[in-house]
Design a protein around this ligand. Structure first.
Ligand code: TIU
Length: 220
């Protein structure tokens, strides 16, 4: 056990029972020409966290911890994409449309791959998720239970959408979650700040947050 300096108070990390959960660091959101940009967003704030996510990923790999990557993705026939999700708003590219990186948010397409710097390696789990939360419509919980995981160290994008949804789902399922502040990003800096604040408010109502360096400095 190792105490990580965190908000709203120290996080008692048990590395053998903890997984590193990296949410949706896929080209669709992080690179120009993808779904994120089609919604009218600038992707630069998401690109900026890649080196920090990599640093924590390298550390986690070095200590032999379980790594779980997720991708927001749909089946090629879009059978797992509700009409409400596909037709909402007025994006320049809808889910399933062909864009510069193939079909948007469709499994197996180039844009659906995790960015090269963070690509999964053998032995790491990759969870394809049709929703914003990583537990909805996936076997994530069964995979974690099989491995005795009770704590999640969370990074990825976007802070207030898929990261927060996943942390809330995890919280309700009994997981302690520690979000790496500089390992998560939003297209809207003010939404990121608000999300970090609401996670740790009320005695950690959703979980904990800390800087990447706080995790790396904790002796494990
Ligand atoms: N649009 C946005 O901020 N996020 C998403 O659509 N998905 C994820 O957060 N992964």
């Amino acid at each position: 056990m190792s105490d990580v300096q965190a908000q709203p108070f120290a996080f008692a990390l048990r590395p053998a029972q903890a997984a590193l959960l990296i949410i949706d660091m896929q080209r669709d959101f992080v690179e120009p020409g993808g779904f994120g940009e089609s919604l009218g967003n600038r992707v630069e704030p998401l690109q900026e966290i890649v080196p920090t996510v990599r640093k924590v990923l390298d550390h986690w790999r070095a200590i032999g911890g379980l790594v779980v990557h997720t991708r927001e993705s749909h089946a090629p026939d879009l059978s797992d994409c509700p009409d409400a999700k596909r037709w909402r708003g007025n994006p320049s590219l809808r889910i399933g449309d062909v864009g510069p990186m193939g079909r948007v948010l469709v499994r197996g397409e180039p844009g659906n791959q995790i960015v090269e710097a963070l690509a999964p390696v053998e032995g790491e789990l990759v969870i394809d998720k049709p929703g914003k939360g990583a537990f909805y419509g996936t076997d994530l919980m069964a995979q974690l239970q099989q491995r005795g995981i009770t704590q999640l160290v969370v990074m990825g994008v976007t802070t207030e959408v898929c990261v927060q949804s996943t942390m809330r789902e995890a919280n309700d399922r009994g997981y302690d979650c520690l979000l790496i502040e500089d390992g998560t990003a939003s297209y809207f800096p003010e939404f990121k700040a608000a999300t970090l604040a609401m996670i740790t408010a009320q005695g950690g109502i959703v979980g904990w947050t800390c800087k990447a360096q706080d995790l790396l400095s904790a002796s494990v």
